[in-house]
Design a binder for this molecule. Sequence first.
Ligand code: PLP
Length: 431
Amino acid sequence: MAPSYRKSQEMFEESQVYIPGGVNSPVRAFKSVGMDPPFIARGNGSRMWDVDGNEYIDYVCSWGPLILGHRHPAVMHAVQRCLERGITYGAPTDLELTLARMVVEALPGVEMVRMVNSGTEATMSALRLARAYTKRNKIVKFEGCYHGHHDSLLIKAGSGALTHGVPTSPGVPENIAGNTINARYNDLPLLEKIMAEVGREVAAIIVEPAAGNMGLVPAAEGFLEGLRKLCNQYGALLIFDEVITGFRLSYGGAQSYYNVTPDLTCLGKIIGGGMPVGAYGGVREIMQMISPAGPVYQAGTLSGNPLAMTAGIATLEQLQQPGVYEELNRKSALLAQGLSQAAKAAGASVWFNRVQSLQCTFFTSQAVTDFASASTSDTKRYAAFFKSMLDQGIYLAPAQFETAFVSLAHTDEDIERTVEASFNAFKAAAN
Ligand code: PLP
């Protein structure tokens, strides 16, 4: 029997009266899979339950922060103890010092770090800093990479090879969009051409070192090294947006995993352990330019707030345990292998990408290496796959161009159940 989503549907209807589109972040509305979203009541470990009592194995994990799963006891206890002392003081605490030290010790490219409240704030502030440091205005980003919703980065490619971006959203001024250049992910020759033309005006190249916002697209061998070289050559800063990959690909992030050190690093998600957090960091000489040490202004009423720092510290402490990343990656490989076999058995042609505990099933038979190839995916087939999985209690990202997150809370039995369910779902979405 198909599960009932009646209470969720009623809540979604009423939410649309009070909240634009009924949600506080667009992808939550399930529009691209043509459904209404379940409203979630609680989570525990690898599971979530909706208000109708349906149980799900969760591969969204709040879009990445919950690498330990829901309600990890160490995080819960730490936050509860912190809460007893108060919520926020708007003054320095030892918690900020502790988390900053942990981030600096973990990431080769970070000597100093500033806490903010979201990934968007982190990339926005990093760009301002890069522009101030280099005294240049232009930014290079890659089509299909998402860095948050501020004006400079809400930009898509215009027409032509060397394109200045056009706004992705109404309300982004064209003169701001004109300073952002869109390049192609994994295409170094094109980037070399762009840099040869405007490299001396470029403040920074910003990149997701494993792109997680066009589905999952790994950096090709040599791509990140190539970016590093071009930045050195033209005096631009290299910014790694590690909001997803930080403490995910390894404890030292993508920069350790790929052994390429950026000038600035943006963080979020895992370092807040599920609380609203972002951070940006880098070499001391650049970071010292931030107010009040230097002239580049950036501030935040709730930045570094105690609850968020505490959840982040508790999460990172768990990730420091030996064998954690090996175990995470073993589970992720098991899932990818199972899904791949199930797709084959069901006769569905799909393409799998995986980097450590990030993975994506693309409904295309083509290799996915950039935005254009990701866009060959059949989103109708993904929607059919998604709906069948949801009805069987498997909660995936409600859009083709998102990443699945495996957490330490997922058990081998969860993965087995997921793979079993996927056979029917792949059949429902066969070509
Ligand atoms: N950068 C990347 C790589 C992201 O995936 C996201 C959000 O998903 C952001 C930045 C923006 O972070 P936030 O949603 O916390 O503003």
